[in-house]
Design a protein around this ligand. Sequence first.
Ligand code: 13P
Ligand code: SF4
Length: 321
Amino acid sequence: MNRSENKPRDDFEEKLVDEADLVGRIAALKKERNAVILAHNYQRPEVQDIGDFVGDSLGLAQKAAETEAEIIVFCGVHFMAETASILNPQKIILLPEIEAGCPMADMVTPAALIEERRRHPQAAVVAYVNTTAAVKAESDYCCTSANAVEVVKAVPQDEIIFIPDGNLARYVASKVEDKRIIPWHGFCHVHQGITPDDIKKARESHPEAEVITHPECTQEVIALADHVRSTSGMVQAALSSPAGEFIVATEAGMLHPLSKAVPGKNFFVPPGQHLCPNMKLTTLSKVLRSLETLEPRVKVPEEIRVKALKAVECMLELGRP
Ligand code: 13P
Ligand code: SF4
């Protein structure tokens, strides 16, 4: 066998050695630094696999609040690391790729929110956790996709400005009919890109499958769903349903935690490229570098942190329904 026939196998093995080496070095440094690695369900599979905890925004915030580690390495996007900083002012919060943001979180600014409040002086502001810390500081309550309906039900006001995700706002409004929800005009480009036609096509290919959607999907897609859940809620739905196949309408990275947690069942994403580029920016090399250099850090300024904490604490108090 000549060298060129051998090459693809060599490359493959080299990659495995590199990855094993990175994983080993990350584990050793994490211990030495007394760090914890928190990873979101949409992260690259190899990044999820080094996480001490992998979960949805609520689970990650709960772990960030509980941890005794001195350093939190956040494998996710910027607002998630900010939430960890709001809860842990004394800790070092590392975001291995500082450019990893959430475009939807940037669709509302503090100034625009203050203006909207002026238009609706009686309304409370419920901020989805996918917002900047500065926006949370101007909000009354915070929620995640796992507890948005429960948070809105618990709010004493009858009128609620719900920011920034219009799809989640409309989903919540459909479940809490006795309150007037004023939706903001934000959206997640990944979930907005999943169409009813995609779900119908996936159903034609997998007629026995149940459909699980994220509440960031459009109302038309949600209308076709058997289950509407946060990312970790999707795992619970797949575990408790008698069905053996599921069409999962969310970011494609979700197939990894689902297949790991529910190995006997089959999961499919609707046709198309449903990927969040920001969630894929974090790599093993960047995690290692951040543990070596203790950079890049996310630290919410104290005056913003104190104001935002109140809203984030409400979100944690209500927890999971
Ligand atoms: P979850 O909290 O459901 O994991 O959602 C986070 C997110 O960014 C969805 O796009
Ligand atoms: Fe933001 Fe959507 Fe990416 Fe989630 S999937 S981080 S909401 S852009």
